[in-house]
Design a protein around this ligand. Structure first.
Ligand code: HEC
Length: 177
């Protein structure tokens, strides 16, 4: 073979190698890019999860019923012990009612009738106002029962009991079978 032919061969070979090298480099880069993208996606997912953690947890139907059942039990116990003037027990039950009134602001049920039908009950002004009123009245009962101020307890008890019926008339769904 002549030198010229050899040189030509070398040139062709080096071009081929360079080409292969280039292709390699490019696929490697492409791979890295997809990896980076995947990582970004992971980060996005993590962010989404964080956002979920911050979301308010509303009560399930069962939790809503439990909250109200606890409220009723406390309410009955309160009335019974008020008759016996057991201030400490009355105060204890009133605290439970106040706590559960606040909890019920996360009620997830809907408005049943009227113009606002189908909207969230918790977004209605009267609904939250009754819960605020109940919470305040329960706290007042707790405070006054601790001091055996029975007149004041009775007054707050009337205010509290008023909210139960008013709210149920509008927002408590019919019993399901
Ligand atoms: C701001 C509105 C509101 C107030 C105030 C309120 N409730 Fe309720 N209550 C509801 C709603 C809504 C339901 C229906 C819950 C469900 O079934 O999802 C309910 C249901 C109930 C139930 C039935 C629970 C069950 O297992 O189905 C009882 C008992 C009850 N409430 C007692 C009380 C008592 C006692 C008070 C006052 C001390 C009170 N509630 C104050 C809205 C209220």
């Amino acid at each position: 073979m002549s030198y010229r032919a050899i040189a030509a061969c070398m040139l062709v070979l080096s071009l081929v190698f360079a080409g292969v090298g280039l292709v390699h480099a490019q696929t490697a880069k492409a791979k890295e890019d997809t990896k980076k993208e995947e990582k970004n996606d992971d980060k996005k997912e993590e962010k989404k999860d964080d956002e979920k953690k911050d979301e308010v947890k509303y009560l399930t139907h069962e939790e809503a019923e439990e909250t109200m059942e606890t409220m009723e039990k406390a309410w009955n116990k309160l009335k019974m012990n008020l008759k016996n003037k057991r201030g400490d027990v009355v105060a204890e039950q009133a605290d439970i009612i106040a706590e559960h009134a606040a909890k019920f602001k996360k009620y997830d049920g809907l408005v049943l009738t009227g113009d606002e039908k189908g909207k969230k009950a918790r977004d209605q002004k009267d609904f939250t106002e009754w819960l605020d009123k109940l919470e305040e009245a329960a706290k007042e009962i707790s405070k006054q029962a601790g001091k055996s101020k029975w007149d004041k307890v009775d007054k707050a008890k009337e205010e509290a009991s008023d909210t139960c019926g008013k709210c149920h008339d509008l927002y408590q769904p019919e019993e399901e079978d």
